[in-house]
Ligand binder design. Sequence first.
Ligand SMILES: [Zn+2]
Length: 220
Amino acid sequence: MSDRRIFVQCLASYNAGSIVGRWIDVDGETEDSLHDQVIDILRGCIEPNVTGFKAECACGETFKETTSQPVKPGDLLAECHHCEGREAKVIEAWPSGEEWMIADTEGFDGNIKEYSPLSLVVELAEILEDLGEEADAYLAWWSNQGGDMPSQSDFEDALVDKAESFKDWAEEFADEYLLDNENIPQEVKQYFDYEAYARDLEHVYTVLDLPDGNKAIFRD
Ligand SMILES: [Zn+2]
């Protein structure tokens, strides 16, 4: 499937006129692994104002964070990022930027914003992965209705079909559900106004353009 990526950059550097950032691949990543990469980007900040550090815990996990408190290698942290125990020890510390933003995205159709949390990025990537060929329809639907990320089940309930054009789809719909009836005389069928029918039907459904040129058809 498509490669989903976000371009993360350091905000303090950006405000100082420099782009310090890079593309991060999202597919298959966890919130933790994305977070660690963001911390690595902030490490390049040209106007560092906090401390970045890497810690290792007795629970076996390592993690990266930034803090406004001064920390140095050897310090014990109040809390481990993973087990919430007090056995996490700082093994490396460096000057860092603190704030970051998502300056660009690929594969999300604009639904990930500048300050979307990484948890949302991961959750959305998982839904899109799961939806496979319907991922584009999901993104188009969310873009169209706006607001919070829709649930996968709401989307699946709303999606009726995909077609090359709504007119083609409506004609097929008419043939299958309306005209496939032996009580309708053939001479009536041949005068059926498919175009007018398609026009009427278009008011009942939401029809959205997909990147591949097809249409996605949703219940209103
Ligand atoms: Zn731990």
